[in-house]
Design a protein around this ligand. Structure first.
Ligand SMILES: Nc1ncnc2c1ncn2[C@@H]1O[C@H](COP(=O)(O)OP(=O)(O)OP(=O)(O)O)[C@@H](O)[C@H]1O
Ligand SMILES: [Mg+2]
Length: 377
């Protein structure tokens, strides 16, 4: 299948990562220097894309890498095996080395070669079998990146995506165990990503937590207008589409520069052009694309609003903010209730406080949706 002009829905490759070059260079430098980093941010702003790209660059420098996405695991055992497998992939070139070893090496093609690749580790520290308890395996997995890196005289960068899920998978106490190993590691840098900013900030920023100040917290800056402008202009030019007037500027205004929403909007604009057999991008097509993008987003927004409607004042407060109303003095509601509602919205990364004390929507299209749909609530 040909790749889409505007990638959507998952990590994007280097050529489609807009405006993150400085950030990527800084991330790579820090990780190679041995610093561990925590990067938290709302859904769909490009965390995983960045991590995968930085790993690609680091691997090209012949360091080891490991990527573990915690959304994919439910138990300590699964998570532990995922760490071991991600590390072993540097040696074996396959993603599920432990399973392949267990399945009986003789039976699988290339089995002998695979054994040869990991034999030294097996002899020295053993590879996980069936016998270990979950905790034994967990402890083993936590030691493994450093052991491998030492053995191979390399540095390794380990990424934990959606790291806040560790509490669901292994319980809060697991953090203490992890920290006790990680802090001893000399050849491993860790990159912790998380989409639940509140939880991530607690794990890394709360004095009572084991990971307190273990990693440098880096904020992910918004993508600039200029960068979007340049990227979108070249994308449309690639398809020989002539951009009329301020169509691109209008696209960025409508999406607010939100990474995935901007891609979605452009995608819809592009399909509208193809369907019409048109090669000139005008404001009319931007409007059609915008309406279609909103149609795609509305079930997502509705579900979110339903969920927010279950907590007192939260949905109403969000609507008031969208409308630009004064939230504390507008209604006859205890300010503490409003404060709690605002805190909920911030912790869910739906809004963020600006330096001037007002609130921004993380996803500006949600704000427009609310303004236009307001009479329903
Ligand atoms: N720097 C960027 N340039 C262009 N598009 C981006 C960028 N970052 C994110 N996107 C868009 O957002 C989508 C999601 O990116 P990615 O999966 O990396 O984000 P994420 O923050 O890890 O999301 P999730 O919360 O789902 O894990 C991409 O498919 C792309 O459409
Ligand atoms: Mg992600």
């Amino acid at each position: 299948m040909p790749s889409r002009l505007f990638p959507l829905g998952g990590p994007v490759s280097e050529k489609d990562i807009v405006d993150r070059e400085d950030f990527l260079v800084s991330l790579e430098t820090r990780l190679l220097e041995g610093q561990s980093i925590m990067l938290a941010g709302p859904r769909r702003i490009g965390k995983t894309s960045l991590a995968l790209e930085v790993l690609r660059r680091i691997k090209a420098k012949s360091c080891h890498i490991a990527f573990v996405d915690l959304f994919r695991y439910n138990t300590k055992r699964e998570f532990s095996l995922a760490i071991i497998d991600a590390c072993l992939e540097n040696r074996s070139g396959i993603s599920k080395t432990t399973a392949a070893l267990k399945e009986g090496l003789k039976k699988i093609a290339g089995g002998a070669r695979l054994t040869a690749k990991v034999q030294d580790l097996e002899l020295e520290i053993g590879l996980p079998g069936e016998g270990e308890s979950d905790d034994e395996l967990f402890n083993y997995a936590l030691r493994f990146p450093e052991i491998l890196a030492k053995k191979d005289k390399k540095q390794i960068v380990v990424v934990f995506d959606e790291f806040q899920e560790i509490i669901r998978i292994a319980g809060e106490d697991a953090l203490k165990v992890m920290r006790s190993y990680f802090q001893m590691h000399e050849r491993v840098s860790y990159l912790f990503l998380g989409s639940k900013e509140g939880m991530m900030n607690t794990i890394f920023g709360d004095k009572r937590q084991a990971f307190y100040r273990f990693a440098t917290m880096l904020p992910l800056p918004p993508i600039t207008r200029e960068a979007w402008n340049e990227y979108l202009s070249s994308k449309f030019a690639e398809k020989r589409i002539v951009v009329k007037g301020n169509s691109i500027s209008e696209i960025i205004d409508l999406s607010g520069g939100h990474p995935q929403d901007t891609m979605l909007l452009c995608s819809e604009v592009y399909y509208a052009l193809i369907e019409a057999g048109e090669v000139r991008l005008t404001l009319d097509f931007v409007r059609i694309g915008y309406n279609r993008a909103m149609l795609t987003l509305s079930p997502v927004f509705d579900e979110l609003l339903d969920e927010l409607g279950k907590i007192s004042y939260v949905r109403q407060t969000l609507i008031d903010i969208a409308k630009g109303l004064r939230i504390y003095s507008g209604r006859n509601v205890n300010p503490n209730e409003i404060k709690r509602a605002v805190d909920t919205l911030v912790s869910k990364a739906i809004i963020e406080k600006t330096s001037r004390g007002s609130y921004n929507f993380v996803e500006p299209m949600l704000k427009s949706y609310l303004i236009n749909k307001i009479d329903v609530y």
